[in-house]
Design a protein around this ligand. Structure first.
Ligand code: BTN
Length: 303
């Protein structure tokens, strides 16, 4: 059993006053029910009913669990994935150990939108990474709708004025080359005081409240994002990958720039970003004019 999930429900089940045997006797159904109940408690930050009143989707966000605090919404989403419908959303006011790409910790204080969408697409696992690009497009199209111009830095950072406002972490659950679920984790700095972020990321981060005049309506924004997400997700399911790439290129902040890519094993590639291929890999022209494809890595813009 996942330790994070047991910790999440430990207060509800009064674990402090229970023996290890009693805890071990809890079945998966008891734990699932307890997690779902915790995700139905009222919140003063975000109203599920209000979000519902704006919702125009068939699936995305129709089932939603909203927590006060979890370690990571992606972890809760993974745990619940088998027992919820396609499009279910896990949202939390705060995350105490939000996960970023490459094992980094993602700052998730109250005031941000920290959510995970559970998808059950009938596609091969190799297609799942495209959903990260699709999600980036859904976020930028949503911001555009509210007159906020944002751009996508490969592979999946959303920037406003060159500073990060949103990160995306896609995780797949696959068994024997069968994709059971895909978890799309999205973190948006909505109404956050960036000065409270750790020094090393303060200067390169921004919140929506830094660029929006007046009040932010998180429920309206989130419901609209679900609509955009469902639209793009349907394109993905229909195989209309061209649409996703065209939209991605429209908002891209990487192609046509000199970049430095730090790859997982410490390898660094410098060059001019000329495009992305059909799998979402970045194509770079090096100084010697050879082309290389980069599948993953941390991207730094050099100009
Ligand atoms: C990144 O830019 O490194 C990816 C960050 C993804 C953060 C979101 S917040 C909601 C979801 N839960 C997590 O633990 N991570 C993702």
């Amino acid at each position: 059993m996942n330790k994070e999930i047991l910790e999440l429900i430990s207060n509800k089940y009064d674990f402090k006053n229970k023996s290890a045997e009693e805890i071990l006797q809890l079945g998966i159904n008891d734990i699932t029910t307890a997690v779902k109940e915790l995700g139905n408690e009222p919140s003063d930050f975000f109203s599920k009913d209000k979000c519902d009143s704006y919702l125009e989707t068939d699936d995305i966000g129709r089932e939603m669990y909203l927590f006060k605090s979890v370690k990571s919404t992606n972890t809760v989403a993974k745990f619940l994935s088998r027992n919820v419908s396609n499009g279910t959303v896990i949202l939390s006011e705060t995350q105490t150990r939000g996960r970023g790409r490459k094992g980094t910790e993602y700052q998730s204080p109250k005031g941000g939108i920290w959510l995970s969408i559970i998808l059950k697409p009938d596609v091969t696992p190799s297609k799942a990474p495209l959903l990260t690009l699709a999600t980036a497009v859904a976020v930028t199209r949503t911001l555009d709708h509210f007159n906020i111009h944002a751009e996508i830095k490969w592979p999946n950072d959303i920037l406003i004025h060159d500073k990060k406002v949103c990160g995306i972490l896609t995780e797949s659950i696959a068994r024997f080359n069968n994709l059971e679920s895909v978890i799309i984790g999205v973190g948006i700095n909505s109404e956050i005081d960036i000065n409270e972020f750790p020094e090393e990321i303060r200067d390169c981060s921004i919140a929506l409240s830094d660029v929006v005049d007046g009040d932010i309506n998180p429920e309206k924004g989130t419901a609209y994002f679900f609509k955009e997400f469902e639209f793009i997700y349907n394109k993905f399911l229909e195989g209309d990958i061209g649409f996703i790439f065209d939209e991605w290129r429209k908002y891209n902040h990487t192609i046509g720039k000199f970049v430095e890519i730090q790859q997982p094993l410490g390898k660094v590639i410098n060059g001019y970003a000329v495009g992305i291929d059909q799998e979402g890999a970045l194509v770079i022209e090096k100084a010697d004019h050879t082309l290389v494809k980069v599948v993953s890595g941390r991207c730094r813009l050099l100009d």
